[in-house]
Design a protein. Structure first.
Lengths: 100, 494
């Protein structure tokens, strides 16, 4: 199914990527080329086939219910977490005003 | 000192250092000099000579104290997809330019704990999306190889681990880390005449590796020979509670168990990998590889992997779908680039940041992934692709009922010229036709250099093994390595 430029802009909006009209025009052709090609999957008979969920059988584990069991991923790392933030403020992530 | 230390393999550096033939500092200085002198290849985004020297001094002290570690004295390159504490980690993107992690990836930490030092962070395709290293924000990596036609066309080192492959082939490092989502270790290894192995999914922790497609991403080593791959992999693999899909299995001693005697082993040759119109040099190399494995004692049988032609289209739904989800984290709030146009609100900031921070190929994949996951299309694209993935994995399972390993070419061509495939994303994707099926099935697979084509460029053979059987893959790789006698190397021009 071919997508048009309006659909390209809709996808870009869902993906939170700003695009110009020229980019949308270029992407229309590229995305249609790729989507047209992947459509051949439709010819595979998948009757009774379950979708893959885990490529190597593996059971999800629960960690011990311990605070800061791993200091790397536990708490009290505020400064480390904010170290790469583009606009930290007062120990928080700063963002543009969201509530008038 | 008459030997050029940068011609030594990992095993030779380790053993020579242990024996006192040279100091680790001499080794690190020699590689640092090669790195500094190879800017024309653009293999490194950041050079870290001090890290290499510090590890080398520690290795020399450990030798004096009798406390040598498995990789003492060995400096390596680190793909810039692994987070390194205090050293910029970019995934070759503008989005993460200037990002300096405050933690270390599990795989890199294991390598430092084993005594290795870091020569620098290696260039790659942006967010590991690409097959030629032309999508890096920090410029193309150039292969040290050139065609023997007298022209000086710049060739692709493969991708996404193209900085790793170029650096090893050019003797800027004896080994490096790579990651493989749909061939990103094996294809660059094949393009540059080196070896590389993607282990079974879950062998190496993904913790601290910038995520692309989490159900496929797997780290692995790249090096000049099979033994070095085994040594490196032993020091990268292992259970990590911080990765939910990490395999809780002991790490075998792959190096000690290396054996090129394949008596009693059966090698499968997938008939669907014989593509119409493929470069005859590729088929000739494949036939030569079959003869080498027979010579090593193996029995060879034809096998069928009937869903092979659907692997690439399934991959180009699944990988972008996972990427669109994984890369949603780059929002300009917590780390990385922020682009805040004058007077913009939060939503505009997200959109501007992502428009500015992602390159064209990354945007293309996020868009594809967003589309195939969107309401109304999810079942037709994503669920269908995941069902086909089940069938591809089943193909391998059935094939392995009658063979131990599978032999195939790594890539359908030798290295192509930079720019030759950039205009057509689909043509670029097709270069991973032989690599992607094993990725979708989570199987261990490696590439070893097997021959030069008529242009004088390296070609690689791929060995695919059963889940958890890296040993079988390495052993078959060793059998080819011993018989192919591949010693060609790129003549220095940089």
């Amino acid at each position: 199914m071919a997508i048009d430029q309006a659909t390209v802009r809709k996808i870009a909006s869902l993906a939170r990527i700003a695009i110009s009209d020229a980019e949308a025009a270029a992407m229309e052709g590229e995305l249609n080329g790729i989507l047209g090609w992947v459509e051949q999957l439709g010819e595979v008979d998948v009757t009774g086939v379950e979708p893959m969920t885990a490529v190597i059988p593996n059971r999800l584990r629960l960690r011990e219910d311990v605070v800061d069991a791993d200091p790397l991923t536990g708490g009290n790392r505020r400064d480390d977490i904010l170290a790469n933030a583009p606009a930290p403020q007062h120990g928080f992530f700063g963002v543009p005003k969201v509530i008038e | 000192m008459m030997t050029d230390l940068t011609n030594l393999t990992v095993a030779q550096i380790r053993d020579g250092h242990r024996a006192g033939d040279f100091s680790a500092v001499e080794v690190a200085e020699a590689f640092n000099a090669n790195v500094a002198g190879a800017k024309a290849l653009n293999a490194f985004i950041v050079e870290t000579p001090d890290h290499a020297i510090a590890a080398a001094k520690a290795a020399d002290a450990d030798r004096a104290a009798g406390t040598l570690k498995p990789l003492s004295g060995v400096p390596i390159g680190m793909k810039d997809l692994f987070c390194t504490n205090g050293v910029q980690t970019t995934a070759a993107s503008h989005m993460l330019e200037g990002f300096v992690p405050r933690y270390e990836s599990t795989v890199s930490q294991k390598l430092w704990d084993a005594g290795a030092g870091m020569l620098g962070k290696l260039n790659l395709d942006q967010f590991a999306m690409g097959s030629s290293n032309e999508t890096s924000y920090f410029g193309n990596v150039i292969s040290p190889w050139r065609r023997k036609d007298g022209g000086n066309a710049a060739l692709a080192p493969g991708g996404s681990s193209g900085g790793s492959s170029s650096a090893i082939a050019a003797r800027l490092c004896p080994a490096a880390t790579g990651t493989d989502t749909g061939g990103s270790i094996r294809q660059p290894a094949a393009f540059t005449g080196i070896s590389g192995i993607k282990p079974t999914y879950g062998r190496c922790s993904r913790w601290g590796i910038v995520a692309f497609a989490s159900s496929l991403d797997q780290a692995g080593p790249m090096a000049r020979d099979v033994r070095d791959c085994a040594i490196m992999l032993e020091n990268m693999a292992g259970f990590d509670p911080k990765d939910a899909t990490s395999l809780n299995l002991p790490v075998p001693n792959w190096e000690a168990a290396l054996s090129s005697d394949l008596k009693g082993k059966t090698v499968g040759i997938p008939k669907e990998y014989r593509l119409d119109g493929i470069d005859p040099d590729i088929d000739a190399m494949w036939d030569a590889g079959i003869a080498m494995l027979k010579d090593a004692g193996a029995n060879v049988v034809e096998i069928s992997l009937p869903h092979t032609k659907y692997a690439l289209p399934a991959y180009y739904i699944i990988a972008p779908a996972e990427a669109s989800s994984n890369l949603a984290r780059y929002d300009g709030v917590r780390y990385g680039l922020r682009d805040l146009p004058q007077g913009a609100g939060l939503q505009d900031m997200y959109a501007a940041t992502r428009a500015d921070g992602f390159g064209p190929e990354v945007k293309r994949r996020i868009m594809i992934g967003t589309y195939v996951l969107s309401a109304g299309f999810y079942d037709a694209y994503y669920t269908q692709a995941q069902k086909v993935r089940t069938l591809i994995a089943r193909d391998f399972e059935q094939a392995f009922a009658s063979c131990d390993v599978i032999l195939a070419p790594t890539a359908p061509s030798a290295a192509f010229g930079l720019g030759e495939k950039m205009a057509d994303p689909l043509a670029m994707y097709l270069n991973d036709v032989f690599a992607v099926p094993a990725s979708l099935a989570g199987l261990p697979a490696m590439s070893v250099p097997a021959a030069l084509n008529r242009e004088g460029l390296p070609l690689g053979l791929q060995i695919i093994g059963k889940a958890f059987d890296e040993q079988g893959v390495l052993n078959a790789g060793l059998a080819i390595e011993e018989r192919a006698g591949f010693t060609a190397r790129a003549e220095k021009w940089w």
